[in-house]
Design a protein around this ligand. Sequence first.
Ligand SMILES: Cc1ncc(C[n+]2csc(CCOP(=O)(O)OP(=O)(O)O)c2C)c(N)n1
Length: 309
Amino acid sequence: MPRRRDQELLSAAAKIRLQQLALNTLVTENVFKVPVHLAIGHELIAATAAQWMPEDKFFLPHRNIHFNLASGIDFRKVVAELQLSEHGVNGGRSGSMNLASQFNGIVLSSSILGGHLGISVGYAHAQRFLSSSSLRLTWCVLGDGAIEEGTFYESLLLAKSLRLPIIFCIEDNGWSLATKIEDRRSEIKVSKLAKSLGVGFTKIGAEAGITKFSYKLAIARDDALRSSRPVLVYHPVSTLGSYEVPFGDGSRVVNYHSGPARNLTLKDFLEGRDSSAEDQISKFIRSNNFHQERDQFIADLLEVIHEVL
Ligand SMILES: Cc1ncc(C[n+]2csc(CCOP(=O)(O)OP(=O)(O)O)c2C)c(N)n1
């Protein structure tokens, strides 16, 4: 399958960003009955991985909105799902943490931390017996908090032992709920863990630039498929929209974990008050490269917001 071009990937990421800003507008207005775990800042990995949907199959954690949006799902159906409406993606039965656009390759999202890891390994194993022609790749996305769960080690080991082509993609935002990982536990050196098990490993950060980013992800995918082994993709990322709270004599920064994200509504963006202005996706949205698509896309989102509020 040919890889998507850089501009296409950035465009896809920009659309996911705008959709999330629109969702944050609705979260801020208390529209949803369920907590929504926004992933503003995480768009690039989702847009890049989604180019292989629906052939590749995805298993996601509670923070899954960026992958679901990247799958090309109808935005109105996402909003409806978060409203627990029967018109939602999953008929209003999933809400946010279990949201799974199944026709687009997302098999399952888990509200149980690490709950999808073992299931993804079982699924990848089953492909060996079910797939008629080409080998399929399974993706298991998780946060850096979830690697504390024992099932992370067990799933890696079993996937390696069974020689399964599966990518374990760790989105490391440095947080677990409202606690910084560094305040919570000692470091887990995932590169060393991967090495000790003979599992592939690659670190991919968005600051490398889109060309290198998408290239490295494609190489990791090829490695998993050709060598028939798990590959650990380690992706440092910032979940944008955190804020300061008073603490002792000063203050401390807190991650909102589930929305609303501060100063990141669509209105904040349109009025130039968004707190992500320096971020590369935000800059891309304002650039001439995205100009043609942007206005109609934003107008459509504003229409949805208008319908809901
Ligand atoms: C088995 C289990 N334990 C604890 C929780 C509560 N919990 C939900 S999210 C979370 C932290 C997740 O951190 P991370 O995996 O880094 O994801 P992030 O929210 O930072 O994206 C915890 C402890 C849970 N849902 N399930």
